[in-house]
Write a protein that binds this ligand. Structure first.
Ligand SMILES: [Zn+2]
Length: 187
């Protein structure tokens, strides 16, 4: 009895009508829809896909072509007082040559990195994972520390939004453990 009630409650929370009303008609970003419905943004993302509701194109506002004052300060702070090594200097100027903000680079591990030094989680060379950025643009906020973006078809460079799934670290680890287990059982 209790279980049934809980299940109905969750299903009612993410019903089609409410989702459609908030996301499509009122045009709210996913993170805001999640907040108003009292569910995680990952659930909103998954249910939009489940219900076949077309998700909007990634919000490109994240990808400003010029540095904001804040970003300049961050970048300045990062390099202030440091003697930038020759290697870093070359990397920085290469990044500029390769096309500046927003240009992509395939990494040796198969993932695609995108040059975006304004991003709070960009590495020391100014790059961030493209799949993270695509998801952030989709949901309209930065990823939390316990969130991870999974490639459904296992292709690390396939960053189409249909191929990406927002998961918790725990859920993601569980999924891959299960996959590994299944692979082992087949053999
Ligand atoms: Zn994964």
């Amino acid at each position: 009895m209790k279980l049934g009630k809980v299940r109905i409650k969750t299903m009612n929370k993410i019903n089609y009508d409410t989702l459609y009303e908030l996301y499509v008609i009122r045009g709210k970003p996913m993170w805001q829809v999640a907040k108003e419905m009292g569910v995680s943004v990952g659930s909103v993302y998954n249910y939009l896909n489940k219900y076949g509701i077309q998700t909007r194109e990634p919000h490109k506002g994240f990808l400003g072509k010029t540095h904001s004052e804040k970003a300049k300060a961050i970048i300045g702070e990062r390099h202030r007082g440091k003697i930038v090594s020759e290697e870093t200097r070359i990397k920085m100027s290469n990044a500029k040559k390769e096309g500046g903000i927003g240009h992509k680079k395939k990494r040796s591990d198969g993932y695609v990195a995108i040059y975006f030094p304004d991003h709070p989680k960009s590495n020391k060379d100014g790059y961030i994972m493209e799949h993270d950025l695509v998801m952030e643009c989709l949901i309209g906020r930065h990823l939390n520390d316990d969130e991870v973006v999974h490639h459904k078809n296992k292709k690390r460079d396939d960053n189409r939004k249909e191929n990406l799934e927002l998961m918790t670290f725990k859920g993601h680890a569980r999924l891959h453990m299960k996959e590994r287990w299944n692979d082992l059982s087949i053999r």
